[in-house]
Ligand binder design. Sequence first.
Ligand SMILES: *Cc1c(COP(=O)(O)O)cnc(C)c1O
Length: 433
Amino acid sequence: MRLQYLMSDDQTSAAGRPRDSLAAIASLVRGEAAVWLREPGLGLAVDAAPLTIEEVEDARARFIRFEPVLSTLFPSGGWDGQIRSELIAYPGSGAPNLLVKCDHALPMAGSVKARGGVYELLCHVEELALRRRLISPGQSLEALLTPESLAVLEARRIVVASTGNLGFAVGLVARALGLQAEIHMSHDAKTWKKDRLKSIGATVIEHACDYTGAVARARSSAEAEDAYFIDDENSRRLFVGYAAAAAELAGQLSARGLTVGPDSPLIVYLPCGVGGAPGGVTAGLKQIYGQDVLAVFVEPVASPCVLVALAAGQGVPVSVYDLGLDNDTIADGLAVPSASPLVLQAIGRNIDAAVAVTDQAMVQWVRRAWAEAGLRLEPSGASGFAALALFIERARVAGLINPTATPIHVVWATGGSLLPEPEFSALLASDAA
Ligand SMILES: *Cc1c(COP(=O)(O)O)cnc(C)c1O
C-alpha cells in the first residue's frame, strides 16, 4: 500500500482534506463504504482542460442530425431517433425531492453508453462520410443509408474495449450502420451481452484480464489494423457526448417548475467506472449551474478508482490494486481499477464528492427500485441510490450543504432495462444482500 503517498502535504490539485482522505482509504481497505468530500467553500476550481460551450453545442447538433438515421436503423415502436431519457419522481419513501434520470432505459443500448459511446461513433461516421464525399457539409445524413455509403462503411472497423456496456452500445450501433465492430471484453462482461453482439456479427474478443488490460490490448489491435479506436481512457469525444445530457436535465427540471440556486442546490449521484460518463455530465452541469450543482461520483468499494485518485490529490490516476483492493464487484459496469487521466484533468477539480458503496447495498437497491418504482436496474445502474444517505449525512456535517437549503436530488440510473429476465430474476433472488 502506498499510504505515505496519500499523507503528503501536497493536496493542492484535489483539495480534499488529507485526514478525511486517509479515513476513506482505511474504510475501503476494510471493504466498507467510504465518502470523500472536497473541501467546502473551495468553489469552482479551474480545471486543466475544461469543456467549452462550443463542444457541447456541436454535440447536441450532431445528435439531432443523426436522428433520422438512427430512427431508420432502429425502427422499434416508432422511435424518433432522439437519445433522451425520462426524469421521474421516485415514488417510495426515499428522500423528499428525489428524482431519477432514467438512462437505464435509453434507446438502443439500455444504458448511459448510448450517450458517450454512440456519440463518438457518430462523430467518426460523419467524419468518414465527409472525407469520402458520401455527404457534403450541411446535407441530410440520410444519404448515409444508400448502398454506396454502406459499402464504404462496411470496409471500416471500429475497435473498443469494455466491461460490457460500452462494447454493447458501440457494437450494436456500429453493426446497424454496417461497420465492422471488434469488441474487447474484460473478464467482467456478462455472457448475454457477448452472445447478443456475436449474433449481430460483431467480433467479440474475450480477455481473461481486467478492464485496464483490455483497453491496452484493444489499443494495440486497432493500431495494427488501422482501425478507429474508441479510447475510453482518453477520449474527449466520449466525454462531450455525455456532457450533452446536462442541457436535457436542465430542461426537464425547469419543466417541473424546479429552480436550481443557492437555496435549492442540485445534487446528482452519478455511477462511475472510468469516469467518462459522470465526468461529462458534471462538466455539462457545472457549465449551466456553476456552484449550485454538486456532483457525487459513486463507485464500488472494490473499484473506487476516482475516489483514490482524488484522495491522493496528484490529479493523476492511482491504481486501486496499489491500495490492496481487488476490483472484484457485482457492478460490472463500474469494475475499473484506474480512472481516465483525461477525466481527472478535465473535471477532477470540480468533483464534489466520491462515495464508495458495497455490492450488498447495490443489490438491495436493485430490489427496492424494482419493488417501489418498477425500475429495472443492474447493480451499477442502482448504485446512485446506495450513495444518497451516506453523502447527505457527511455533507451536512462537513458544511457542504447549507442547513437551510432544500436540495434537489437526482439519482442517475445508468443501466439495466435490457437485462434478460433470468439475469434480473437471479439478481432479485440472490442472497448477496
Ligand atoms: C459505463 C457505466 C457507468 C460509468 O461510466 P464511466 O464512463 O465508465 O465512468 C455507469 N453505469 C453503467 C451502467 C455503465 O455501464
